[in-house]
Write a protein that binds this ligand. Structure first.
Ligand code: AFP
Length: 337
């Protein structure tokens, strides 16, 4: 039993003191934390409160929305619109940005979120999560537009996720390392349990949806083929494979014990004119910020994810992230062609 507890609020206030910040960001984070606690509770109650199943609508990505996609999106907005910290919000579930209603003050941060990533897993009771990213409103902008959100990942003030698994956890970075907090259900607070997370540089575990293998580009096929050949192939070692279809759970595993996660571009996507499956602003950028801060590497195979200047709020990108030496190997295979 751990009696010396640092709550997420205490942790953030102490960080804020070190850099002499105003407290605005800490207050925003508090509202995000509240939203994630509400979502954790909804996900946990599931069918007891009738929130599972599809809503009968599609989101901007053309994906069937779950009831929980819509409910959790509303929870995030309601928790973050009133306090005067946000200038505007953007969600994977909404085509347009969310403007802060005129009755509330507008703040200096832009909040970007995927309220329930991996939501197709909710009906089968597998871990899901919330992903969020905080950007700054540019100086002099009073009424942010979608254009103001189109900043590369390197400008993020914070990247974080909440994981709704056997425990509810929150993992975040503000550019000074990565820390993990576990929700203590008895006191209703996230408590620091995983300080200064770091991803091992080497791994023998990879995660990819290999049902898409026949559509992959040659460098990706080569990498996965070599892993599958194991001790009898060029790598000379056996590899393990995982696929949860829930990016938050996947990235969390990599933070805990290393690994490489890949959702690469494939011929099928190219045919449809997209550049990948995962969304740059809602998934790839915040996760890249976390993974890089923990010593990992994140790339599309051709460029660093956080260097991409977004062209569109809902842009998709190929994602290869995790343990440094494996991601660098995949990038090297892309260079060789
Ligand atoms: P959903 O939110 O629609 O379940 O998508 C989850 C996700 O964006 C990401 O979390 C997974 O890694 C990936 O998609 C799974 O994709 P596949 O179903 O194609 O394997």
């Amino acid at each position: 039993m751990n009696n010396s507890r640092t709550t997420i609020t205490q942790f953030m206030i102490e960080e804020q003191r070190k850099i002499g910040a105003s407290g605005d960001f800490t207050s925003l984070l508090n509202d995000i934390v509240t939203a994630c606690k509400v979502i954790s509770n909804l996900v946990n109650q599931g069918d007891l409160i009738g929130v599972l199943g599809t809503a009968g609508s599609e989101n901007v990505q053309g994906e069937t929305q779950k009831k929980l996609d819509i409910i959790t999106n509303d929870v995030f907005i309601e928790s973050n619109e009133w306090a005067g910290h946000c200038g505007a919000m953007a969600s994977e579930e909404m085509e347009e940005i969310y403007e802060i209603p005129a009755k509330y003050p507008r703040g200096k941060y832009l909040l970007v979120f995927d309220p329930l990533d991996g939501s197709s897993n909710t009906d089968v009771n597998v871990s899901v999560g919330t992903i969020f990213s905080v950007l700054r409103v540019a100086d002099g902008v009073e009424n942010p537009t979608a254009e103001d959100f189109l900043q590369p990942g390197t400008t993020q003030v914070c990247g974080g996720y909440a994981l709704y698994g056997p425990s509810t956890m929150m993992v975040l970075t503000t550019g000074n390392g990565v820390n993990g907090f576990t929700l203590d259900q008895n006191i209703g607070e996230f408590v620091l349990t995983h300080p200064s997370l770091s991803i091992p540089e080497d791994t023998r575990e990879f995660a990819i949806n290999s049902s898409n293998m026949r559509h992959w580009e040659a460098p990706l096929k080569r990498y996965v083929d070599e892993c599958l050949e194991g001790s009898t192939g060029p790598r000379g070692e056996d590899f393990n494979m995982r696929w949860i279809a829930s990016m938050v759970a996947e990235v969390h595993r990599i933070l805990m014990r290393g690994g490489i996660f890949m959702y690469p571009i494939d011929e099928k996507m190219k045919g449809k004119g997209t550049e990948g499956k995962l969304r740059l602003m809602y998934e790839a950028n915040p996760m890249s910020f976390i993974v890089e801060q923990a010593g990992g590497v994140c790339s599309t195979g051709r460029e660093r994810i956080m260097d991409i200047k977004p062209k569109d709020l809902h842009q998709r990108v190929p994602v290869i992230m995790g343990s440094k030496n494996e991601v660098e190997r995949v990038v090297a295979y892309h260079k060789e062609g």
